[in-house]
Design a protein around this ligand. Structure first.
Ligand SMILES: Nc1ncnc2c1ncn2[C@@H]1O[C@H](COP(=O)(O)OP(=O)(O)OP(=O)(O)O)[C@@H](O)[C@H]1O
Ligand SMILES: [Mg+2]
Length: 285
């Protein structure tokens, strides 16, 4: 199989009018896979042909969250090695026919899968889809670099915690230097308005002050997300209605270009960062 060079998958994306977006974070467990599944469903519900690509070859959770684990026959591994055609590896979602999963192969893929392989995969997929969402692994090592190599846009997922924000800042620098990512947007996940109100959690403003990246959306902490994950039925499918399900729908609409205002779930206060500064200076005195 031919391996496109650095620019050719970008050319293919443009020619095929396809947008390829990587969801990444640096820090693990912030909600990348959950968001990939739910935004994939939400875009599909908007009538966009969408492919979610599992680029986390070590952990492979995307199939589980979508309830598709037992339908996988072939994976990206066979596509790249010539063991099957692209269409044979793609798994259609049970309820959203516009949504397909490109499953990850076994964890040994970590040993040989390269950025060029990812670009080849994305070039092939771009012929059939409006949107490709790539679920990146945690960290900034090769798995992350391969995931990013297939995209021209990035959604940086962050939790309102200092460690998550610091890792995201590092990833933002890497994305900017990578050369083919032309848009980076921020998604703040697992926000707890009560904790923000009590100044126990960073507010959205605090996070934006630190990272200075345009905000795509905010998703609240919502226990329905965890229940849905265990059922393999992403909340964005619409049942039950919950704050996160509502947010996923709005974020998908913003991704496709609609001007949907972001609700202000920030408590009005001087900012956790400011307070942290006050606290530190008090301690020094
Ligand atoms: N808005 C939310 N409210 C409550 N729980 C959430 C929310 N978003 C994600 N979670 C939970 O957070 C946990 C981590 O989510 P997920 O696996 O999507 O993170 P990740 O960034 O993909 O992790 P990894 O870096 O290990 O790949 C899961 O248990 C998931 O159900
Ligand atoms: Mg994940």
């Amino acid at each position: 199989m031919s391996s496109p060079n650095l620019g050719s998958h970008i050319d293919a994306l443009k020619a095929n009018n396809c947008r390829s977006i990587v969801l990444c974070s640096g820090k693990g467990g912030v909600g990348k896979t959950t968001l990939t599944a739910n935004l994939g469903v939400a875009l599909a519900k908007l009538n966009k042909k969408t492919c979610v690509v599992d680029a986390d070859y070590g952990l492979r959770n995307l199939d589980l969250l979508l309830g598709l684990e037992s339908r996988i026959v072939f994976t990206a591994q066979e596509v790249i090695s010539g063991g099957c055609r692209l269409e044979q590896a793609l798994v259609r979602h049970k309820h959203e026919t516009n949504l397909m999963l490109m499953p990850a192969g076994n964890p040994r893929m970590l040993d040989w899968f390269s950025s060029e392989h990812m670009r080849t995969l994305i070039t092939l997929l771009s012929e059939s889809f409006d949107f490709i969402l790539i679920d990146a692994p945690a960290g900034v090592e090769d798995g992350f670099k391969n995931a990013v190599a297939g995209a021209s846009e990035a959604i940086l997922v962050v939790n309102p915690e200092i460690s998550s924000v610091r890792d995201a800042d590092r990833v933002a620098g890497l994305l900017a230097s990578q050369g083919t990512i032309d848009t980076i947007q921020l998604l703040v996940n697992r926000v707890r308005p009560r904790m923000v109100e009590k100044l126990d959690m960073l507010s959205i403003e605090d996070v934006l002050d630190i990272l200075a990246i345009p905000l795509l959306g905010v998703v609240q902490e919502d226990e329905q997300v965890i229940i849905a994950a265990n059922l393999g039925e992403p909340l964005a499918l619409g049942k039950p209605k919950s704050p996160a399900a509502f947010a996923y729908g709005n974020i998908a609409r913003r991704i496709q270009g609609e001007d949907i205002p972001i609700p202000d779930i920030n408590a009005k206060h001087g900012g956790f960062v400011g307070r942290l500064g006050e606290f530190l200076s008090t301690k020094i005195i």
